[in-house]
Ligand binder design. Structure first.
Ligand code: CMC
Length: 445
């Protein structure tokens, strides 16, 4: 990495406008500056609100709160736009590859040919795991969920790379970042191998990133395994689509964990934990389970009815998004890729794909989904591809975690470098018991 690609600090601009709040209780006025970025809605800067008024804001789920300024990813959810560092996702998915995108997300620019080659070498030289780490796997049950294994093993990396890491040193941060991006596929592939009782396959650093992962997952020492280039390309493209998504739950988790200056490996383990939930990255696994449960097209109306029923906790997995109120641009690309992969594998009829497409068609015409602007998201079709490639459903979210590691690290890096950033420490609206005297046990009713 050269100086021109060092982490740039996000710098919001003042619009010169203010929003004036009048406290009716006191008649006091407070003027809050309005800031703008390069794209997206302006924001009201409330950092001085409490000091000047004694009020906090209340925004559970952060539906109206920008937690930071960032230069990395931009989403316009109303029209369905996603850009990494200014480049449209569909163009990147078509013309680029995952490691090039990783470089772009981390350093802000597309690499030159020489920079790309060096970055690929830097990453691929870190793919192996320390032999001591490999012994950890024996401590897990054979049926452990891969995401549980990943939380544990990635967190444990901090035991190996803590002492020589200065998070305020850009080069140290870069080495930690290379290690994480390089080792995630190995850690995930070994989680799978452990479950199926096959020997761990060492990484082959001459292969591409997705290719190497497929090799570590599906090859055995007994026979030659040639990675299908169409599948490797499809997986690489899925990795591109999942690489970053601005301040989503897992990225915000990594930022909050890192804001206390914790070890980055531990912070990424926290991100993996957050990603696992079915409202977030775990949705890809939940979608496939749901499609399997639906089974045939004639049962779709029953599930749509359940999704609409407020007394039923069931939700249509793979549908809806906090930011997209239009078609998720990633879902379109995943759907196209799905047909390509099934074609390549000679799968003519995939009942789950048929159910998925019909479910999408019905939902997009259904008043409940139309009113709420609920569209298929990135997780809706991805599981069908992963299944066709041979991954068990439990591995789906692990695949998401491999790709999202790039975004997590880029955000962690951006945050550490940003002098404005403080420890993440939200406040609360306390609604519990007010002050009350302790009651000795013999006097409690
Ligand atoms: N099925 C049925 N109803 C839904 C769904 C759904 N999938 N998603 C949202 N709604 C309804 C929700 O009940 C609410 O209705 P009402 O206004 O009548 O109370 C309305 O739509 C707004 O939903 P919300 O829960 O307030 O929206 P949110 O922004 O808090 O939640 C979400 C976003 C993604 C968690 C949610 O849409 C959901 O649970 N979807 C299913 C899980 C899923 O596919 N997650 C993957 C998201 S994309 C990839 C990723 O983040 O990793």
């Amino acid at each position: 990495m050269d100086a021109k690609h060092a982490t740039a600090i996000p710098t919001p601009n003042s619009t010169g406008e203010v929003v004036t709040l009048v406290d009716k209780r006191t008649g006091n006025e407070v003027q809050l500056p309005v800031l703008s970025g390069t794209s997206g809605p302006d924001v009201i800067d409330i950092r001085k609100l409490y000091a000047e008024t004694g009020y906090f804001t209340f925004d559970p789920g952060y539906t109206s709160t920008g937690s930071c300024a960032s230069n990395i990813t931009y989403i316009d959810g109303d029209v369905g736009i996603l850009r990494y560092r200014g480049y449209a996702i569909d163009e990147l998915a078509e013309k680029s590859d995952f490691l090039e995108i990783a470089y772009l997300i981390l350093y802000g620019e597309l690499p030159s040919a020489a920079e790309k080659e060096k970055f690929e070498q830097d990453i691929m030289q870190h793919t192996m795991l320390n032999q001591q780490i490999i012994t950890f796997y024996n401590g897990f049950r054979r049926d452990a969920h891969p995401m549980a294994v990943m939380c544990g093993v990635v967190g444990a990396l901090s035991a190996f790379y803590h002492d020589h890491l200065d998070i305020f040193d850009e080069t140290d941060r870069m080495i930690a970042s290379d290690r994480l991006i390089a080792k995630m596929p190995t850690i995930a592939a070994y989680a799978y191998k452990y479950t199926v009782g096959q020997p761990f396959m060492y990484p082959k650093n001459g292969l591409g990133y997705a290719e190497n992962f497929l090799h570590m997952t599906f090859a055995t020492p007994c026979e030659d395994y040639k990675v299908n280039p169409v599948l490797a390309r499809a997986l690489d493209r899925l990795f591109i689509l999942h690489a970053d998504h601005e301040q989503n739950a897992s990225t915000s988790t990594v930022r909050i964990a890192g804001s206390s200056h914790a070890n980055p490996f531990a912070c990424i383990a926290a991100g993996i934990a957050s990603l696992w939930g079915p409202a977030h990255g775990g949705a890809n696994e939940a979608v496939l389970n749901m499609l399997t449960e639906i089974g045939t097209k004639d049962r779709i109306p029953e599930f749509i009815k359940r999704a609409r029923d407020k007394d039923d906790p069931f939700r249509l997995f793979g549908f809806g998004h906090r930011v997209y109120k239009n078609y998720d641009p990633r879902a379109k690309i995943v759907q196209e890729s799905c047909h390509e992969v099934l074609n390549e594998l000679g799968i003519k009829d995939e009942p789950l794909l048929e159910v998925a497409m019909e479910l999408e068609r019905i939902a997009l015409e259904d008043e409940y989904f139309v009113e709420r602007k609920l569209y298929p998201n990135v997780d809706f079709y991805s599981g069908i591809i992963y299944k066709a490639m041979g991954f068990p459903t439990s591995m789906f979210t692990a695949l998401f975690a491999i790709a999202r590691t790039v975004g997590w690290i880029a955000h962690w890096n951006e945050m550490i470098a940003d002098p404005v950033q403080k420890i993440g420490r939200p406040r609360q609206l306390f609604t519990g018991a007010a002050d009350r005297p302790f009651v000795p046990i013999e006097k409690r009713g």
